[in-house]
Every structure is written in C-alpha cells, then in structure tokens.
Design a protein. Structure first.
Length: 156
C-alpha cells in the first residue's frame, strides 16, 4: 500500500481550502471515535465563505453540480485540517454519502458526487481515497445548496 502525503498533495494540486464551515444547528462538524473520523454533512462553502446556491436540473447544470460537489469535498478537507491539524492523519476514506438537490426527473446523482470522490482520490490516492458511497437525490437541501456530503474516514 502506497503512503501519500496528503498535505503535500493538496499543496501540489494548488487547491485553496475554504474556511471550515461553522455548524448552523446543534451538531459537531466532526467527531473522532477511536480510529474513525465521522464528518457531518457539509455544504458548498467557497473560499470567500459564501455558498454555491441552486438546484441541479433547474438553475445548476450537471457540470456545475459536479464542481459544487468538489467544493463540498474541499470544505470537508478544511474541517479535517482545522480539527486534526493535518490531512495526513487520515488513513483512508471509508464511506461517502452524497445528497443532490435536484429536480425529480434528474437521474445522474453519481456523476455529481464524483466531483468529491475524484478529489479524495487525488488527495489520498485511488487505493485509500476511494471508499464505499451512496449518491441520492433530494427534494431540497439547506439554504438551497445543490450538494451536501457527509463522510467517514479511518485514521492512522
């Protein structure tokens, strides 16, 4: 198994992390339980702290939805760095649950959530960056964001 320095990988990709999102309800952004890190549902927080807003199949295209999912992945990385100090604490991605705010006729949820999954594979490599996953459609999401994602990671 190849060990990848995730912090260096983030830097080499030239990615900018948004500020770690603050909870908008009564919950923790993440929780460590033994060797597992549970990350609460994250939204589309951008570098300036604003949210990407819209509904896939209505005001957001599939490509824009995929980019929104990638932005959610960056928000998750920001929370990990803020709470654990380093992305290198993560051994591997266990599970990703991606929720897509979309019109009822939309059927390409996995394509959208690939935006986050591909980012994690870039950061931790294909073996450790890709876990099990669900991608589902929702009638709405908080603040009309197009994507919300929660994740489970195994820690070193």
């Amino acid at each position: 198994m190849q060990i990848i320095n995730a912090d260096n990988q983030l830097e080499s990709l030239g990615l900018t992390l948004p500020p770690p999102p603050k909870p908008l309800g009564v919950y923790k952004p993440c929780l460590v339980d033994g060797e597992y890190l549970y990350v609460s549902g994250h939204g589309t927080v951008q570098a300036d702290g604003s949210l990407i807003i819209g509904r896939v199949g209505d005001t957001i295209s599939m490509e824009e939805g995929k980019l929104a999912a990638r932005q959610v992945g960056l928000a998750i990385l920001s929370t990990i760095k803020a709470n654990l100090g380093s992305l290198n604490r993560v051994k591997r991605v266990i599970k990703v649950l991606g929720m897509v705010n979309c019109v009822p006729e939309f059927e390409k949820h996995p394509f959208i959530i690939n935006g986050c999954s591909e980012l994690f594979a870039e950061i931790w490599g294909e073996e450790n960056g890709i876990g099990v996953r669900s991608a589902v459609g929702m009638g709405s999401l908080p603040d009309n964001i197009p994507v919300e994602i929660e994740a489970l990671f195994e820690l070193h």
